[in-house]
Design a protein around this ligand. Structure first.
Ligand code: FAD
Ligand code: NA7
Length: 536
């Protein structure tokens, strides 16, 4: 078979590039193949985002937000009888999985109507000598096996968009066998119940957040800091809010081993002393096995579920990169590309999560794929711009940001050349309903009300106060951050923000009346008032 473009990986980036190239008249073949997770989870066409990422995550996030509102706001807002509502994990999973199947189907249909040939097989790039044997005169050759038969496609160019998969450290006994990852969580057929989340970044906190508000007992094991790479003040604010909402954190802690209770104790001989373990019961309420987790501090605790979210590794192991001459980054193991997504192998391009130094986000992969297809087949020359990419951490209180963190702004411009404006407050509905702290975080019986949940923060570069960092912690930060990303792209300044009339009563209006600078040392936490506004 011959093609103009072979796309390896039918995820966010690969599908976008394949469809755009076909629209521009190219003959395109797209491969997608899912290796089952160690726990046996597998899924259909569409890649990480639709099957085990953004989509199932956002549905669970929304279910959790409902739980949070029911716990804090339903009764004061006049809804009675909500105590009788029960949450059924399997019903949520069913909704998630049915929606995913619907999307898998529509993605297949989308490829067909775009004229892209879809092959559900694992593809490997052939090395130069094999290419010569295969008779290909130019371009690249990709090999695959279908129904036991080895086949090849010759293409003018190849796009590698194979993404990544969660990683579980092999040096933690029991982890690979007993832990689940985000590849398994959204289709877990049993309730997670008491859960340990290992890792403290984006995915870990999102999973811990939604599980907490689905009313499970959740602990996050943080080896260093939460949300590395994000603005520190905002990251710590998210952690504080999560704590006050009931998520537990084990800080500066590491998992040493996991053991299914009832199995031989492989690691106990290495661990001396009485750890005061919670080992009184070795089965869950439904009779399932529990997992005994040992930590570096000596702590031991039983959990029903352990979720590892300690990062992802690029799916390049059996892709044939080395033989095909594709340079990999020695530290990340990802593919090195230039600003036009070109790898070190002529005719081979890469986009999305598989690339070194690129933000691991669906719209990034999609845009990079579409722009590449236009450059390859549409005569365009527009490169992908990787600066000021907005992102949102979908913790129960969302954290949206675009541009620089305060730390990065200081490094880039110097402390004296930036001005940071801050405002902390509670949305009107939160204040009106007097959201309460989780019992475990109350200092005493009078310590009830939550710390203001919202934090609005902008970082301006002097002298014209151009905004170089936008940070919004709010219930619906995902929606508002998109608009501010556009504004930043258009060169937004503090004067522009001040000149805009706010929409009352919203959280977003807080950005249009910011007066308190970090430099002033004044408290930026509102004592009362009405949400993000200035009235009262
Ligand atoms: P992928 O979507 O991973 O697609 C790669 C495809 O290639 C996969 O189907 C893979 O099985 C297949 N493949 C691999 N090797 C081969 C081979 N040899 N042959 C054939 N096929 C192969 N991003 C956001 O923007 N917003 C979010 O809210 C968000 N939430 C997330 C939540 C979670 C839990 C996770 C895990 C990720 C989340 N992401 C989010 C990130 C987003 O999902 C990824 O950035 C995006 O899917 C990357 O797209 P991609 O095309 O690079 O790779
Ligand atoms: P990240 O962003 O790579 O974060 C990994 C987290 O896991 C981070 O908190 C790490 O802590 C922690 N980590 C890494 N290795 C370990 C080990 N061995 N033990 C304990 N903790 C560990 O990964 P995510 O999966 O959250 O997100 C990846 C992307 O997917 C994200 O950008 C989204 O766009 C989608 P550290 O800070 O290194 O101490």
């Amino acid at each position: 078979m011959e093609a103009d473009l072979v796309v390896i990986g039918g995820g966010s980036g690969g599908l976008a590039a394949a469809k755009e190239a076909a629209r521009l008249g190219a003959k395109v073949v797209c491969f997608d193949y899912v290796e089952p997770s160690p726990q046996g989870s597998k899924w259909g066409l569409g890649g990480t985002c639709v099957n085990v990422g953004c989509i199932p995550k956002i549905i669970m996030h929304n279910s959790a937000k409902l739980g949070q509102l029911m716990d804090h706001s339903a009764a004061p807002l006049g809804w009675s009888g909500t105590d009788g509502l029960t949450f059924v994990w399997q019903d949520l999973v069913k909704t998630v999985q049915l929606y995913i199947k619907q999307l898998n189907f529509s993605y297949r249909r989308g490829l067909r109507s775009a004229g892209v040939e879809y092959i559900n097989a694992k593809a490997t790039l052939l090395a130069a000598p094999e290419r010569a044997q295969s008779g290909a005169k130019s371009g690249r050759v990709v090999e695959y096996t279908l129904k036991g038969e080895r086949k090849e496609v010759r293409a003018k160019c190849v796009l590698v968009a194979v993404g990544g998969r969660p990683y579980i450290p092999r040096d933690v006994p029991g982890a690979v066998e007993l832990a689940v990852t985000s590849d398994d969580l959204f289709s877990l057929s049993r309730e997670p119940k008491k859960t340990l989340v290992v890792g403290a970044s984006y995915i870990a906190l999102e999973c811990a957040g939604f599980l907490t508000h689905l009313r499970y007992d959740v602990t996050v094991c943080v080896r260093s800091i939460v949300l590395r790479g994000f603005d520190r003040q905002c990251a710590e604010h998210i952690q504080l809010v999560m704590k006050e909402q009931g998520t537990k954190f084990l800080e500066h802690e590491q998992v040493v081993s996991l053991q299914r209770v009832g199995e031989p104790d492989v690691a106990a001989s290495d661990l001396a002393g009485d750890r005061g373990a919670d080992t009184t019961s070795n089965t869950t309420a439904d009779g399932g096995d529990k997992i005994l987790v040992r930590f570096a501090s000596g702590r031991e605790e039983m959990f029903d579920t352990v979720v590892y979210a300690v990062g992802r590794r690029a799916c390049t192991q059996s892709l044939g990169c080395e033989a095909a001459g594709i340079a990999m980054h020695p530290a990340s193991g990802k593919i090195v590309v230039d600003e036009l997504e070109q790898t070190s192998a002529p005719g081979v391009y890469a986009i999305g999560d598989v690339c070194h130094g690129r933000p691991e986000l669906t719209p990034v992969a999609i845009k990079a794929g579409e722009l590449l297809a236009r450059r390859l087949f549409g005569g365009a020359n527009e490169p992908m711009v990787y600066t000021n990419i907005p992102t949102v951490v979908f913790t129960p209180i969302e954290y949206g940001c675009c541009g620089l963190s305060e730390e990065d702004a200081i490094t880039r411009y110097g402390q004296d050349n930036i001005e940071v404006f801050l405002f902390g407050f509670n949305s009107v509905p939160v204040s009106a309903c007097h959201w309460k702290k989780a019992l475990s975080t109350r200092k005493d019986e009078f310590d009830l009300d939550v710390t203001p949940l919202n934090l609005s923060k902008i970082i301006c570069k002097k002298p014209d106060n151009k905004i170089v960092g936008y940070h919004c912690i709010a219930m619906n930060a995902g929606e508002t951050t998109q608009g501010y990303a556009l504004a930043l792209k258009c060169g937004l300044t503090k004067d522009d923000l001040d000149a805009v009339v706010g929409i009352h009563p919203t959280d977003a209006e807080s950005f249009h009346s910011m007066t308190i600078t970090r430099r002033s040392g004044e408290s930026f936490m509102a004592a009362g008032g009405c949400g993000g506004g200035k009235c009262g």
